[in-house]
Design a protein around this ligand. Structure first.
Ligand code: ADP
Ligand code: MG
Length: 345
């Protein structure tokens, strides 16, 4: 954010110098309203500083100096006219500050939206590209997999030969899984969304990781409010998104950790249900948090992570008119899937 950028010392010195010069001229010469124009120019110059506070401070300083200058400047012929001039100068300073800050805010907001839209477009393109490649990949891949399976009875009984065939088959299966996931990244279709019990979807996803969690010594807890409304969703896809979050949580957890899935109704614009997946595992370092939703971003070793889980899960939430966000990550990690209760038609 602009507020966090550093203020240029050169700008501060320049503004201070200009203000002092204007003030000295103001108390030496009876120039009236012209000094107000000069202060307005200083306020405008301060806009190049990051954030809004500096301009507000400069406007306050210029107003104060106008008041002090009013009492110190040589008495003009008309006291009332001098007072009106000073009041007008202060008015001009604040109107300028207010309008220019409003415009600066709007411009910054627009730039942020443009940046956001560009990032989204990039991700959508990447998704399409991944899906295109996966589509082209799958036919030859199926062919090779078939060949390897046909080879199995031909190779002899030597364990090392069998091991080679097993390895080839395992690798090909993995490529097949990855290309299926890449295909899903480009899939836009909404699927069939039916009024569904959230607890059922959560339970089905949790049951799929239960054995692995037990082996790893990770405790699983499900806390879904009993009075949740039915949510219009494609149970298979939401379950897939939850499974991705749960698998990530397991990957980040050591023995003794707990993964909690919480479901609750949230109030806001429209009725919605939030599912949170909370773990007390390794957490995500701050510098990686902006990258985790990018397709193919992974911190896992080759063969373990494809970097597609969060990208696909976010897409699934968005197809449902909802969102997937990283809420916090310090000691552990919390992801939140927000789903509108009623599907938009
Ligand atoms: N619960 C979590 N705890 C810690 N790190 C996580 C968690 N969830 C996701 N991540 C990070 O986000 C990255 C991307 O996740 P994902 O898109 O599912 O791809 P993958 O699991 O294949 O690496 C992971 O490699 C990991 O670094
Ligand atoms: Mg994953």
């Amino acid at each position: 954010m602009a507020e966090s950028q550093r203020l240029q010392p050169r700008l501060v010195v320049l503004i201070a110098l200009l203000t002092v010069i204007i003030f000295i001229v103001d108390i030496q010469l009876p120039l009236g309203i012209s000094m107000g124009v000069a202060y307005v120019a200083v306020v405008l110059a301060s806009l190049s500083a990051p954030g809004y506070r500096f301009t507000q401070s400069v406007a306050t300083l210029c107003s104060l100096l106008t008041v002090v200058g009013h009492f110190l400047s040589p008495a003009g012929s008309d006291y009332v006219k001098d007072s009106v001039n000073s009041a007008l100068a202060i008015f001009a300073i604040w109107v300028t500050a207010f309008l220019s800050l409003k415009r600066k805010r709007a411009e910054e907001e627009r730039a942020r939206m443009e940046q956001f839209a560009a990032a989204r477009e990039r991700l959508a393109l990447l998704g399409e590209l991944a899906a295109g490649i996966a589509h082209e990949f799958r036919n030859p891949l199926d062919g090779v997999l078939n060949c390897v399976q046909l080879l199995r009875p031909i190779v002899g009984e030597k364990p090392s030969d069998r091991e080679l065939v097993d390895m080839a088959e395992e690798g090909l299966h993995r490529m097949d899984t990855i290309s299926a996931r890449m295909l899903r990244l480009g899939r836009e279709e909404k699927g069939q969304r039916l009024p569904t019990e959230v607890k059922e979807v959560v339970d089905s996803a949790v049951s799929l990781i239960a054995i692995r969690a037990q082996k790893q010594g990770v405790h699983l807890a499900v806390q879904v409010d009993p009075d949740l409304p039915l949510v219009d969703l494609d149970a298979e896809r939401i379950s897939e998104a939850l499974l991705n979050l749960l698998t990530n949580a397991l990957d980040a957890c050591m023995s003794g950790c707990t993964i909690t899935v919480r479901g609750a109704k949230v109030s806001g614009s429209g009725e919605a249900v939030e599912i949170r997946v909370i773990d007390d595992g390794s957490g995500i370092p701050p510098e990686l948090r902006s990258k985790i939703f990018e397709p193919f971003f992974t911190t896992k070793p080759v063969g373990k992570g494809s970097g597609l889980g969060l990208a696909i899960s976010r897409k699934i939430a968005e197809i449902h008119g909802g969102s997937l966000k990283l809420l916090e990550s310090g000691q552990g990690t919390t992801f939140s899937i927000l789903l509108p209760v009623k599907a938009a038609h």
